[in-house]
Design a binder for this molecule. Structure first.
Ligand code: GNR
Ligand code: NI
Length: 174
């Protein structure tokens, strides 16, 4: 198992469109395990392969309080959506910022599970929000894209400033 590095906005690699997974094999399952370790450690409720610089259509999620309800969605396709709801979203690639985003309330998704079996499942509540947020990552989209240009710029500038300060602090300790 290995913890992977999470890319942060505005890294251009977060804008790449992921390609379909060709084979669900042991190498992919190793990546899935590493993504779960990275997500639980963060901690987060979901993680898309794009965020760890792997541009394949794969996401993991676990929105349970006990962290004992893992989902793996390979080549996910939303085939139906219903209702609208606004909820507060955050993102491990945009650390420290939470903003309201409107999403479908219910989604039906076709995908492959970690054994390569074809699944059609209905998601609602937080899991529906999370799955839509993760599929956006696979298409190179971030939740900040739903905000105004001014808000997005403010977040980008503050994150870049935070990073400069982090580098400076590290230099002082060294
Ligand atoms: O951990 C996460 N929390 C979250 C909260 C509300 C809506 C979406 C999310 S996903 C996020 C983890 C992440 O960045 N996944 O891409
Ligand atoms: Ni995210």
């Amino acid at each position: 198992m290995a913890k992977l590095k999470i890319l942060e906005f505005p890294d251009p690699r977060l804008r790449k469109k992921a390609v379909p997974v060709a084979a669900v094999d042991d190498a992919l399952r190793q990546l899935i395990d590493d993504m779960f370790e990275t997500m639980y450690d963060a901690p987060g409720i979901g993680l898309a392969a794009t965020q760890v610089d792997v541009h394949r259509r794969l996401l993991v999620a676990d929105v349970s309080a006990e962290k004992d309800d893992p989902y793996v969605l390979i080549n996910p396709e939303i085939v139906a959506r219903d209702g609208l709801e606004v909820s507060e979203e955050g993102c491990l690639s945009v650390p420290g910022y939470y903003e309201e985003v409107e999403r479908a309330e219910h989604v039906r998704v076709n995908y492959l599970d970690r054994n390569g079996a074809a699944i059609e499942a209905d998601f609602d509540g937080l899991l529906a929000v999370c799955v839509q947020h993760e599929i956006d990552h696979l298409d190179g989209r971030l939740f900040v894209d739903y905000l105004s240009e001014a808000k997005r710029q403010r977040i980008r500038k503050r994150l870049q400033k935070d990073r400069r300060l982090q580098i400076q602090e590290t230099a002082v300790v060294l």
